[in-house]
Design a protein around this ligand. Sequence first.
Ligand SMILES: [Zn+2]
Ligand SMILES: [Zn+2]
Length: 300
Amino acid sequence: MTHGHADHARSGHGEVWATPETLDIMALRYGTAEGTGVAYGDGIEEKGVRISFHPAGHVLGSAQILLEHAGERVVVTGDYKRRPDPTCALFEPVPCDVLITEATFGLPVFTHPPIEDEIAKLLEAREDNPEGCILVGAYALGKAQRVIAELRRAGYHEPIYLHGAMQRMCELYVGHGIDLGELLLATGLPKVALKGAIIVAPPSALNDRWARRLPDPVTAMASGWMRVRQRARQRNVELPLIISDHADWNELTGTLQELRPGETWITHGRTDALSRWCELHQLKARALDLVGREEDEGEG
Ligand SMILES: [Zn+2]
Ligand SMILES: [Zn+2]
């Protein structure tokens, strides 16, 4: 298992191998802690194949998986990004013969701005709305904790308020040594207590009844998909923050340039543009269709 997001980690497997962090996340989500924990850099041997886990830089515990057999090396990236993230280990380039890469943002239009710029926008919006609050939609695993940690890095040390659905995952991150500062539950507090607050909630809560009890919220959303204006409009997002835990076009192509694998299999997103790019750069590539993968905008 490369990481704990629901489009990768499902319940009901006979055997699971994952990093200890991913096993903890799966235990929290599915209530079962069974599996073999394999730390970054460590490996196991199964039917003559050596299997090892290497940081993918996507969310806490996320891993690329290297398979070695008879001198051949295959790397499955899972979801990944190249930018530093205070909530997880930095992506490690792993030389290989075959690279199976994700391509969620595999179009040249997807370039993610520096996260510092997006966090500055968020802090500015808060300054501009002293009587209201800023409600930030962010996925409960990874994005929420990264936004919080980046706010802290930018010098914001007020308490940050959470929707109840975020609480246990944030506690899990803190348990793994990620400093998120003071976190309080937003639920049940009177409107006046939340004036000037930053509140982090799952995207599904942005437009629901829960949000109506907040004081004059400015609705923000942290996702790579916020690059697409129409997606922001569909969700009634007033403050789109382009913050993604996936590699953007430059990170995808830069990684291919760096590794120059003998073959690249492209999956989990937009395969056509990246296949074409590989062709133009004399890299052998093909699209890999995943069985049972739903077309959804994922965690972005
Ligand atoms: Zn993911
Ligand atoms: Zn994914």
